[in-house]
Write a protein that binds this ligand. Structure first.
Ligand SMILES: NC(=O)c1ccc[n+]([C@@H]2O[C@H](COP(=O)([O-])OP(=O)(O)OC[C@H]3O[C@@H](n4cnc5c(N)ncnc54)[C@H](OP(=O)(O)O)[C@@H]3O)[C@@H](O)[C@H]2O)c1
Length: 323
C-alpha cells in the first residue's frame, strides 16, 4: 500500500500569507446587518443557554422567530423560554440533550426529523474548549464529541427531511481556531489516543472536522433548497472555557475577555447568514462573521474528508455507510 504522505509537507505549500492577512483584517471587521423579517419561522439552535447561542436566540426572537432550542440544562432552558415569551411574545420550546452523549443526540435528531414542521434555520452552536483531555460516557474525546460529532449526527439524521422542505439553512458555528490543526487532522485518532493532547489542537481538529463534513454534506444538498455554511462568530466574551482550571479562567478573565468583543456581533452575523436574501443560495462556504473566507488547507482536503466521513458514520453508529 502506498505510504501516506507526511501531512506536514502535504499542506505546507498550500498555506498563503494572503489568506492569513485576510483573516486578520476580517477579525477587525463588523458583520453585515439583515433587517429582513423572520416572523413565524422556526429557528432550531443548540446551546442557546449561554454566550453566542443566547444572544443569537434573542436576536431571532426579536424578529419574530419561533424558537426550538436544544440544551443540556432544563432550568436554564425554562428561563430562556420565559424570557423570550415575556420580551418578544414569541413561541419557545426546548429539547434536553447532552451533546456529549450520542444517545441524547440521536434521540433529538429523530424527534426533529419526525416533527411535522419546517426547520427554516438550524444552527449548530453548542461547543466547548477543554485544556485537559476528557472522555465522554461513550468513550469519545469530549471536544470531538460535542464540537463535531453531535453536529454530524444531527445533520445526518435531518438531511432527508430538510431536502423535502421549501427552504432550509444550516449554519455551523465554527471558528478561526480550526487553523490550530496546522498539520491537518487524523481521522484514525480523533480521540487523541496516539498523540499528545492539547486543548488548542483538539479544538482545531474538531472544528476542522466540521468543515470537512461540510464538503460532503454540501455535495449531498446540491440541487436542493438546503444550504450549509460555517462561520467564525468573532472573538467574543462568553462563558467558554468555564470547565477549565482556575488558572485558565483567571487568565481568560484578565487577558482574553479584555480583548474580546460582545456576542452581539455573533448574533448579527448568524441572523444575516440565516435570513438575508443576499446569501440565499450560498452554500459550502466559511465566513468570518459575514465575510466569506478561505479556510485553512487541511479543512479543504477531500481525501481526508472522505476518511473522516467513514469514521463519523462508525462513531455515530450508522452502519449502512450510505450518505
Ligand atoms: N467565544 C468565542 O470567542 C468563540 C470563538 C469562536 C468560536 N466559538 C464557538 O461558539 C460556540 C458557542 O460558544 P460560546 O463562546 O458561546 O460558549 P458558552 O458561553 O460556553 O456557550 C456554549 C453553549 O454550548 C452549550 N454546551 C456545552 N457543552 C454542551 C453539551 N455537552 N451538551 C449540550 N450543550 C452544551 C452550553 O450549555 P450550558 O449553558 O449548559 O453550559 C452553552 O449553551 C462554540 O461552538 C464555540 O466553539 C466561540
Amino acid at each position: 500500500m502506498k505510504k501516506q504522505k507526511n501531512s506536514v509537507f502535504k499542506y505546507w505549500r498550500q498555506y498563503k500569507w494572503s489568506n492569513i492577512f485576510a483573516m486578520m483584517r476580517n477579525n477587525r471587521g463588523n458583520p453585515s446587518i439583515c433587517s429582513e423579517d423572520f416572523t413565524g419561522d422556526l429557528l432550531v439552535i443548540t446551546g442557546a443557554t449561554s454566550g453566542i447561542g443566547y444572544y443569537t436566540t434573542r436576536k431571532y426572537a426579536s424578529h419574530g422567530a419561533r424558537v426550538l432550542s436544544i440544551n443540556r440544562n432544563r432550568e436554564k432552558s425554562e428561563r430562556l423560554c420565559e424570557e423570550l415569551q415575556q420580551d418578544f411574545g414569541v413561541e419557545c420550546s426546548y429539547l434536553i440533550a447532552d451533546m456529549s452523549r450520542m444517545d441524547d443526540v440521536k434521540r433529538v435528531g429523530k424527534e426533529l426529523s419526525d416533527m411535522n414542521e419546517t426547520i427554516d434555520v438550524l444552527i449548530h452552536n453548542a461547543g466547548v474548549y477543554l485544556t485537559r483531555k476528557s472522555l465522554t460516557e461513550d468513550g469519545f474525546e469530549t471536544t470531538y464529541a460535542v464540537n463535531y460529532l453531535s453536529s454530524f449526527i444531527l445533520n445526518y439524521l435531518l438531511k432527508e427531511k430538510l431536502k423535502t422542505q421549501d427552504r432550509s439553512r444550516i449554519i455551523m458555528v465554527n471558528s478561526e481556531g480550526h487553523r490550530f490543526a496546522v498539520w491537518g487532522i487524523k481521522p484514525d485518532d480523533m480521540n487523541w489516543q496516539k498523540r499528545r493532547y492539547s486543548g488548542l489542537r483538539a479544538y482545531g481538529s474538531a472544528k476542522t472536522a466540521q468543515l470537512l463534513s461540510m464538503l460532503i454534506f454540501n455535495d449531498f444538498f446540491k440541487g436542493s433548497i438546503v444550504t450549509i455554511n460555517a462561520m467564525h462568530p468573532g472573538a467574543v466574551k462568553t462563558a467558554t472555557g468555564k470547565e477549565n482550571s482556575r488558572l485558565y479562567r483567571r487568565f481568560k478573565n484578565l487577558i482574553i475577555d479584555k480583548m474580546s468583543r460582545s456576542p452581539d456581533i455573533s448574533a448579527e452575523a448568524l441572523y444575516y447568514l440565516g435570513v438575508s436574501k443576499e446569501v440565499e443560495s450560498t452554500s459550502g462556504k466559511f465566513f468570518n462573521l459575514t465575510t466569506e473566507e478561505k479556510p485553512a488547507p487541511p479543512a479543504l482536503d477531500r481525501e481526508i474528508a472522505e476518511r473522516l466521513w467513514s469514521v463519523s458514520l462508525r462513531d455515530g453508529g450508522f452502519d449502512d455507510g450510505k450518505l
